[in-house]
Design a protein around this ligand. Structure first.
Ligand code: DX5
Ligand code: ZN
Length: 221
């Protein structure tokens, strides 16, 4: 069943010349989660944040820390970011060799009382994870190629959301469907209609008034 919609602003697009001001705006917003994109310059051609930044952001905010690992070695870095305070760890199926490894990492994350999320890039089929939905708390559908904010939403990715929503509801599971990339007012609405209950939004939130942008997205349901 769909859960209450959450908005997860991605701090990748935060204006770092006004960091404390922007963190304050996030703290006062209706965003329930903060999306924290970790890139290692190898799994994706960009570098972002390490665990100390997560610790700092966590001190300034009360929200759930939704960590998206875009790294080649998620087994190593899941623990690093759980130690730093992650509440959700999402990693990519493409970074591991097979579904046994994916399931093992989900179980390890859950054994530490952290929510486990699994993500697929736009060119990866969702089929491989469908038999294992019980093992995870969240599926993150990438609606852009991971690596950079500000890309165009790939509407065809919504088919994966529809398939997931049908399977999750059929099996009566509490697995969230999150979408990441190109989310703004209109694409957010389409994603919610397809079955998402968590929206990541980077450039849309930080190019506008943070609090208003979060509320606009919440109103699309
Ligand atoms: C892309 C990241 C996203 C990114 C989304 O690799 O995973 O979380 O911040 O940015 P927008 O919302 O600008 O597409
Ligand atoms: Zn992300």
């Amino acid at each position: 069943m769909k859960q209450e919609l959450v908005i997860a602003p991605s701090i990748l697009s935060l204006d770092f010349s006004r960091m404390s001001e922007q963190l304050k705006e996030l703290a006062e917003s209706k965003a329930a989660w903060i999306h924290f994109d970790v890139m290692d310059g190898h799994f994706v051609p960009n570098l972002t944040f390490g665990p100390d930044i997560l610790k700092g952001v966590k001190k300034a905010l009360h929200q759930v820390m939704d960590v998206h690992l875009m790294v080649t070695n998620p087994v190593q870095y899941a623990d690093v970011f759980m130690d730093a305070g992650a509440d959700i760890i999402t990693f990519h199926v493409e970074a591991l060799s097979n579904m046994e490894e994916v399931v093992a990492l989900c179980r390890h994350i859950r054994s530490r009382d952290v929510k486990a999320g699994v993500s697929v890039k736009p060119n990866t089929s969702i089929d491989c994870i469908l038999p294992y939905l019980e093992e995870m708390d969240l599926v993150l559908v990438m609606s852009v190629e991971p690596g950079f904010g500000g890309q165009k939403f790939q509407e065809q990715q919504l088919e994966k959301v529809r398939i997931l929503r049908a399977k999750i509801d059929e099996r009566n599971l509490q697995v969230r469907i999150e979408i990441d990339g190109g989310i703004q007012q209109d694409t957010g609405k389409l994603a919610i209609e397809a079955g998402c209950d968590a929206l990541v939004a980077g450039s849309y939130v930080f190019k506008h008034n943070v609090k208003e942008a979060v509320e606009t997205l919440l109103c699309q349901q």
